[in-house]
Design a protein around this ligand. Structure first.
Ligand SMILES: [Zn+2]
Length: 174
């Protein structure tokens, strides 16, 4: 079978006059090879769809919201751990310094529980402030920076208590 000029037309994607177009149609109806070539041409001319799959942005937004929620929970847990740990260290430090002559461990424990209860009330009241604070910190601090900050804040009361224990003159000077 004679494939020319049809093969060349198809390979070069030549714009055809209606008369040649009719001849090409006739040929591709009989010739499987040129028909296949025409199919490839048509496939290559198909516009490539760059639009995201249906519902993609909704799924993405949903996943982002879930991620934010997880970060928020992690932040709250971190703050709670910090408050709990710092107050425990603070109170045990106070007991070590004053306790021998001022508080019994039971008194100190009840004072600590009362303090935590007050902290809980304060926590409830500061939800809005905390939300803003969390958003700012979460958007600026990496998890590594967070751990360092928490560790430093937890260690501070211990350092403070230790300082006062070593130099009672600081207290009497005040
Ligand atoms: Zn052919």
């Amino acid at each position: 079978m004679e494939h020319q000029p049809f093969e060349t037309w198809l390979l070069e994607d030549t714009p055809l006059a209606p008369k040649d177009l009719r001849r090409l149609k006739q040929h591709t109806a009989e010739c499987a090879a040129c028909a296949a070539l025409q199919k490839v041409n048509a496939a290559l001319r198909q516009p490539v769809s760059a639009a995201p799959a249906l519902g993609f942005s909704e799924r993405f937004a949903g996943r982002l919201a879930a991620q934010r929620q997880r970060e928020k929970r992690r932040f709250r847990l971190g703050m709670l751990t910090l408050a709990f740990g710092a107050s425990a260290i603070l109170f045990s430090g106070l007991w070590l310094y004053h306790g021998i002559f001022a508080f019994s461990p039971a008194q100190l424990f009840s004072a600590w529980v009362t303090f935590l209860a007050h902290l809980g009330v304060w926590w409830q009241a500061s939800q809005v402030v905390q939300g803003v604070f969390a958003r700012i910190l979460l958007s600026h601090l990496s998890p590594a920076a967070w751990s360092t900050l928490l560790l430093a804040l937890t260690a501070l009361p211990a350092l403070w208590v230790n300082l006062f224990r070593r130099s009672p003159a600081l207290i009497s000077a005040k």
